[in-house]
Design a protein around this ligand. Structure first.
Ligand code: ZN
Ligand code: ZN
Ligand code: ZN
Length: 94
């Protein structure tokens, strides 16, 4: 089953350049992920905060993309599948 969640999304600019929750608490992160539903920037599961995954559990926003320089991939939490980043979203990545 291909992911249908990406089709419902409109590109939203990132709200911050770092993990919102980590910036607030002064916690370091490892990698950044961008929520493609609302522009929330959170940290990856290798980071102490795991805020991207926590954001999904709080909001059920299904698709994130890597917010690391030069990386172009997305992940759907619901389908547990890696996705290509459509061009209109790639302009907001680093
Ligand atoms: Zn999906
Ligand atoms: Zn974080
Ligand atoms: Zn979101």
């Amino acid at each position: 089953m291909p992911c249908e969640h990406m089709d419902e999304l409109e590109p939203v600019p990132p709200g911050t350049l770092g993990c919102v929750e980590c910036l607030r608490s002064g916690t370091p992160w490892v990698h950044l992920r961008l929520c493609l539903t609302c522009g929330h920037v959170g940290c990856c599961d290798s980071s102490p905060g795991r805020h991207a995954t926590k954001h999904f559990h709080r909001t059920t926003h299904p698709v994130i993309a890597s917010f690391e320089p030069g990386e172009r991939w997305a992940w759907c939490y619901i389908d547990q599948a890696e996705l290509e980043v459509p061009e209109q979203f790639a302009m907001y990545l680093r």
